[in-house]
Ligand binder design. Structure first.
Ligand code: TRP
Ligand code: ZN
Ligand code: CA
Length: 445
């Protein structure tokens, strides 16, 4: 029998940027505080990490000091270039990447590309992302292209932090001598045997992504790669435009020329922002996107933090989504089928699943299947507790959801948590009358 009942104040949920954020549990007599919810994804969304813009900016500060102590630039053939390369390489080596320095000669000087492979994944399907690391001789090149270099570096470091296990192979690259005519990237592509070229599923290029008067431009060379960035920006409700400021003016061109799918982002160089663009993106109409393009004032002051932040997150979003591929979990189902009664309008109860025999951290797409029988599921607040006690909110209460049962599958980004240990499903009934029990639940790794 279905009764219509109560309008008791139960904390509502807010949606911010597509994530459900639980409101303060003011009306809940919760016997224990609910920890801030790291990630909540009842949808099968693939949780790419948020790239901390402070980390990206810290890399830019390092590149700035390298330029300052080496004659004011990081140009091909100058000491500042090699120092930049050594800085990036040191971070990648420490994070577990397999790095390769590829040497070439241009204008009588030795140039260097840095290639970093993340061990694992199907090398027959390699997803590649790159940025040129050299500046022009006239300045430190912090937007052009410290910005892309730092964001790609921080995305690679996030791959390591999360111990991402993508189905596809991941390769990151920092190119030399772009400013002399795409010299490093051409050299790389020309020296790839055709058998190796065909293993690259796509190349993503990031050249100038923190312009001080930014636009949000997406390369339109390949529909699928264009879509992944457009989807990211659609999720933020930010309009994008197709990149047209000089097609083929960066390191994606050599890849495209041999038939490799390419994509990328760009926040604008010396073209002028129109008033229509200023209206949708903010900033100043009638001024260049980057008034310090190829000048000595392309310093750490020449960066729009918001553009840098959004574009860095977009890189991670693209890498995670393009490389994930597999829908088949690599095994490991841990289940508890014991019934646990959930007291009416009372204390939370838990049911434990002991995970053993796994190595490393839990996945970024940990699947949580929940089977709770109840006569008014709106009463229920459900969390997954990691072995260290961190709560991942799966479901909030909602006074008007009168349907029976919570039989649902959730995806949780648990990649910051060790896989092994006692995981708990925590269920609390926060409103009077209807009751139920945990029937079963399981974790799929
Ligand atoms: N490094 C490029 C250059 O100096 C910057 C650039 C200009 C760019 N227009 C572009 C990069 C369009 C990508 C797309 O020419
Ligand atoms: Zn550039
Ligand atoms: Ca109840």
């Amino acid at each position: 029998m279905r009764r219509v009942r109560r309008t008791a104040a139960v904390a509502a949920a807010l949606t911010i940027g597509g994530l459900l954020v639980p409101a303060a549990p003011a009306a809940l007599a919760a016997p224990h505080p609910v920890a801030p919810t790291p990630v909540l994804a009842p949808a099968p969304a693939l949780a790419a990490p948020d790239i901390p813009v402070a980390n990206v900016k810290a890399h830019l500060s390092q590149l700035q000091s390298i330029a300052s102590s080496n004659g004011g630039n990081r140009a091909h053939g100058r000491a500042g270039y090699k120092a930049s390369l050594d800085y990036v390489k040191g971070k990648l080596d420490a994070a577990g990447f397999t790095t390769t320095v590829q040497q070439f000669t241009s204008s009588g000087a030795t140039g260097y590309n840095l290639i970093a492979d993340w061990p694992g994944g199907d090398t027959g399907q390699t997803v590649m992302a790159g940025s040129h690391l050299d500046s022009v001789t006239s300045g430190p090149g912090i937007n052009d292209n410290g910005s892309g270099s730092a964001a790609v570096l921080e995305t690679a470091l996030a791959v390591s932090r999360e111990q991402f296990k993508p189905a596809k192979h991941l390769r990151f690259a920092w190119w030399g001598a772009e400013e002399l005519g795409l010299v490093g990237s051409k050299y790389y592509v020309n020296n790839l045997p055709s058998s190796e070229r065909s293993k690259i599923s796509g190349y993503l290029n990031f050249d100038m992504i923190g312009s001080p008067n930014p636009g949000y431009f997406v390369y339109d060379d390949n529909t699928a790669l264009e879509k992944v960035f457009k989807d990211y920006y659609a999720g933020l409700n930010i309009p994008t435009e197709i990149e047209t400021e000089g097609d083929g003016r960066s390191d994606h061109a050599p890849f495209k020329n041999v038939g490799i799918a390419v994509g990328g982002l760009f926040s604008g160089a010396d073209y002028t922002k129109t008033s229509a663009q200023a209206q949708k993106w903010g900033g100043t109409a009638g001024q260049p996107f980057d008034r310090c393009y190829h000048s000595s004032c392309d310093t750490t002051a020449n960066i729009n933090d918001t553009a840098l932040d959004r574009n860095s997150d977009a890189i991670a979003y693209a890498i995670w989504n393009l490389a994930a591929g597999s829908t088949t979990p690599p095994g490991g189902v841990f289940e508890n089928t014991d019934d646990v009664a959930v007291p009416d309008n009372g204390a939370a109860v838990t049911s434990t699943v002991n995970v053993t025999g796994r190595t490393g951290n839990a996945p970024s797409n940990l699947k949580v299947d929940v089977d709770i029988r109840h006569t008014w599921r709106g009463d229920l607040v459900v969390d997954l507790l990691a072995p260290d006690g961190t709560a991942f909110r799966l479901k909030n209460s909602s006074s008007n959801d009168s349907a029976d049962d919570v039989i649902a599958s959730y995806t949780v980004n648990a990649s910051a948590k060790a896989a092994n240990g006692a995981w708990k499903l925590r269920v609390q009934d926060v409103a009077a009358q209807d009751t139920g029990y945990i029937n079963s639940w399981k974790l799929t790794f």
